[in-house]
Design a protein around this ligand. Structure first.
Ligand code: SF4
Length: 362
């Protein structure tokens, strides 16, 4: 990688100064986790903001903090209740890790988030950048951060042409992030660089004309900011298919199964997923239930970061005993008209809502 991307200490200061001046006028200071500056609130927001945009996060954050206002409250909560409030936000490992980490903080740190980078980083779900962001935003301590938005800003500002996944590039970006981080006003600077990446230096169609650092931005000078950072060579995401069964008992309750604690949608409640064409035989064999399948609902696609899942929902009526024989798996007959606090993945939520609506029509 060319060393031309290094900035002089003076240039680093110019970058930070321009960013801080922009933040003072345009920064998003009214975000709910900014109002308190409580380290626990900052932590929850940072975890929710991984992979998810601010506008989506705000209502989830507010509901989450209303229900679990402190680390202690979160540590005492049942995972089911945590996943319930995360339903639809995706990347559920974040919620499981947050809950696990809260229990460790309650047990080992007197229910206060450690004020030390290594100890924070050692908690489940807290990477180096998140640990730095918590300390910078909540306590104003000087730690560089390097989330996806910051990587993009720095890669463009320094016209780093290599794909960001490489170890040497990552190391270089950490050095640049460190060099740019000022000694004072660290909390504002940290929020400012994240905001710049999220609002102006977007992946597509960056708004360079409004950018406070455009005068020294190498990618802008080259006239091709979108070319930075280099796109990873991606193979097309594979497509998996599944039939989700909406089995209703005579009282209209629907059968739910709890997914294993790890993996996709880990710990959430879902619908039985059938891999066989003969749904009747599959249900007899795997659930010990006799059912009468009905006409399938239209297929739809749910996209994960690494594959697409084509879902065919199949409604069915239970025609015999409701005694489920599915060893090692929690199951429940669920009343869609009286929902309780459990976590569902977005497609399952959508199907249950459709089922509820269809029952309200009858
Ligand atoms: S000038 Fe454009 S490419 Fe450079 S940092 Fe600003 S928005 Fe990003």
């Amino acid at each position: 990688m060319p060393k031309s991307s290094s900035a002089s200490p003076r240039a680093d200061r110019v970058f930070a100064r321009a960013l801080l001046a922009w933040y003072a006028r345009h920064g998003r200071k009214d975000l709910p986790w900014k109002r308190t500056g409580d380290p626990y609130h900052v932590w929850v927001s940072e975890i929710m903001l991984q992979q998810t945009q601010v506008a989506t996060v705000v209502p989830y954050f507010e509901r989450f903090i209303a229900r679990f206002p402190t680390v202690t409250a979160l540590a005492r909560a049942d995972l089911n209740a945590v996943l319930h409030l995360w339903s639809g936000l995706g990347y559920y490992a974040r919620a499981r890790n947050l809950h696990h980490a809260a229990r460790l903080v309650a047990r080992d740190h007197g229910a206060r988030l450690p004020r030390n980078l290594e100890r924070l980083h050692a908690l489940p779900g807290i990477g180096r950048s998140t640990a730095g962001a918590i300390l910078a935003l909540a306590h104003g301590e000087r730690h560089p951060i390097l989330d996806g938005n910051v990587k993009r800003v720095l890669a463009r500002y320094h016209a780093i042409a290599e794909p960001l996944a490489g170890k040497a590039t990552e190391q270089r970006l950490w050095e640049l992030a460190d060099a740019h981080t000022p000694k004072t006003r660290v909390a504002e600077y940290t929020q400012a660089i994240m905001d710049l990446g999220a609002t102006l230096c977007r992946r597509r169609q960056p708004e360079c004309a409004r950018c406070p650092v455009r005068a020294d931005c190498a990618a802008h000078r080259l006239g091709t900011p979108e070319r930075f950072p280099a796109a990873r060579a991606r193979r097309p995401a594979p497509v998996k298919t599944v039939r989700m069964l909406l089995i209703r008992d005579p009282r209209g309750r629907v059968l739910l199964v709890r997914r294993p604690p790890a993996g996709v949608w880990g710990g959430l409640w879902g619908l039985p997923e059938c891999s066989a064409r003969d749904v009747r035989a599959w249900c007899r064999r795997h659930l010990g239930l006799a059912i009468e399948p009905e006409r399938a609902w239209p297929k739809f696609r749910h996209t994960f970061s690494h594959f697409h899942l084509d879902i065919t929902p199949i409604p069915a009526r239970l025609v015999g005993s409701s005694e489920v024989s599915m060893e090692g798996t929690e199951t429940v007959w669920y009343n869609v008209r009286r929902p309780d606090a459990r976590g569902f993945a977005a497609p399952v939520q959508r199907l249950l809502a459709k089922l509820r609506a269809s029952r309200e029509d009858t």
